[in-house]
Design a binder for this molecule. Structure first.
Ligand SMILES: NC(=O)c1ccc[n+]([C@@H]2O[C@H](COP(=O)([O-])OP(=O)(O)OC[C@H]3O[C@@H](n4cnc5c(N)ncnc54)[C@H](O)[C@@H]3O)[C@@H](O)[C@H]2O)c1
Length: 394
């Protein structure tokens, strides 16, 4: 069968735009024609498009006119307006995490440390509803670019759940490292929060996704999250923090540590840690304890390849693994990091949806559950860990 041609456009020209571009080179399900990219910073846009021989568009509107699928690789505060604009034009959207959030009241003195978390939750739920309503009215679909859902380890766990009929009893997982590079990260008005949303969304999405899978496999209906208890801390902003220069410390009004305890509607549980406090590279893992099996999914680091060098000078041109402080000594090399993280798998799946209408695994309902859980988590953290109900939308 002749592969269908699907036209793709990328909004954004930073870190995420780059790995979307790389993953698009490995889409086999269909023929992707990358029409080009748009971002407001023309210098960075020219650098991104120039290096890849892509067209640099002058506006989002022009890019949308020319593509069938829009990749939203921009800061979280821009996700809702861009997604809604694309859906209005009946385009499919691949939107980066976090789906949406609360970014303040627009005032110059908005402070992420002190605003009312209940207001944040309320406004976030409204934002989710607007995005889901836009999808309902559109011929386009939302594809939530949560790569953990497509990571091979998580998809293998999905197969086990479907084939064994297991009940997941308890999951625990983490995403941590030494601090995000994006300049937008660190200011609540741009990022919509700190570690809980920026990092916690990944293992939390995997946990919620696997309960959706379990419910659909056993009863034809996803098992949704019901309540959350959470704590947040800003460790690197404490006057007592001993800064030795290894952790990023420029956060303005966000947390750099979060702990989430989620109870699902069947009474089972998941615990997630997320932080900017961990040395030694990205620490991304989830353990799944079920009624008939147990899996430990090591997304990063893992033991696929281990290497030793007495001096990191030898590895100066060698990519080792995300965010380790040194290449000297032993390293857990990720020989194909994008593969382990699920980037190419998510893109291939999204283009099967765009070209052939395959249902989306990481869909808007999962995105809604994750963000509703996180903002209920911020309410809980404001109440130092009290249990807060999660509103289910969609
Ligand atoms: N899935 C993952 O593993 C992963 C990793 C990193 C980032 N992300 C997500 O990707 C998104 C982008 O993050 P990043 O690290 O690439 O940030 P970045 O700062 O490197 O790049 C952001 C880009 O968006 C552009 N931009 C800003 N405002 C815009 C607007 N209003 N309209 C159009 N373009 C605009 C900027 O010019 C820049 O090119 C975030 O939502 C982030 O959470 C996901």
């Amino acid at each position: 069968m002749e592969k269908k041609v699907v036209r793709a456009g990328i909004v954004g020209s930073g870190f995420a735009a780059k790995f979307h571009y790389d993953a698009l080179q490995r889409v086999f399900s269909t023929k992707v024609e990358l029409v080009g990219a748009y971002s407001p910073s023309s210098e960075r846009l020219q650098a991104f498009t120039g290096e890849r021989s892509l067209t640099a568009f002058g506006s989002l509107e022009e890019l949308l006119e020319s593509c069938d699928v829009l990749h939203v690789c921009t800061p979280p505060v821009t996700h809702e307006p861009i997604v809604v604009e694309a859906l209005k034009r009946n385009k499919h959207v691949i939107v980066e995490k976090p789906f949406t959030g609360y970014f303040g009241d627009g005032s110059a003195d908005f402070n992420g440390d002190t605003f009312s978390r209940e207001k944040g939750l309320e406004e976030t739920l409204q934002s989710i509803s607007r995005m889901l309503a836009a999808e309902q009215q559109s011929e386009g679909v939302i594809m939530y670019a949560e790569n953990w859902v497509y990571a091979p380890a998580i998809q293998k766990e999905r197969e086990m759940l479907e084939k064994t009929g297991a009940q997941i009893l308890w999951m625990h997982g983490e995403e941590s490292h030494s601090g995000s590079h994006s300049l937008a990260y660190g200011q609540w008005k741009l990022s919509g929060g700190g570690s809980m949303i920026g990092k916690g969304c990944h293992p939390l999405s995997a946990a919620i996704y696997l309960k959706h899978v379990e419910g659909r496999a056993r009863n034809g209906k996803a098992i949704r999250p019901k309540t959350i208890s959470a704590r947040t801390h800003a460790i690197t902003r404490m006057p007592t923090f001993q800064d030795e220069g290894h952790l990023r410390t420029t956060y303005k009004d966000i947390e750099d540590f979060a702990m989430l305890h989620v109870v699902f509607e069947d009474g089972t549980i998941a615990d997630v840690f997320a932080s900017e406090l961990v040395l030694g590279g990205v620490h991304n893992w989830i353990e799944v304890n079920t009624s008939n099996h147990r899996t430990i999914c090591n997304i990063n680091p893992n033991t696929a390849m281990q290497a030793y060098t007495p001096s990191e000078a030898y590895f100066k041109d060698v990519y080792v693994v995300e965010k380790t402080e040194t290449k000297q000594g032993w390293s857990s090399i990720s020989p194909d990091e994008g593969w382990f993280a699920g980037y190419q798998h998510e893109m291939d799946a999204f283009y099967r949806t765009a070209a052939y209408g395959e249902p989306v695994e990481s869909n808007s309902s999962l995105a809604a559950d994750v963000i509703a859980t996180i903002y209920a988590g911020y309410v809980s953290a404001e109440r130092t860990g009290a249990e807060v109900p999660i509103t289910i939308i969609g």
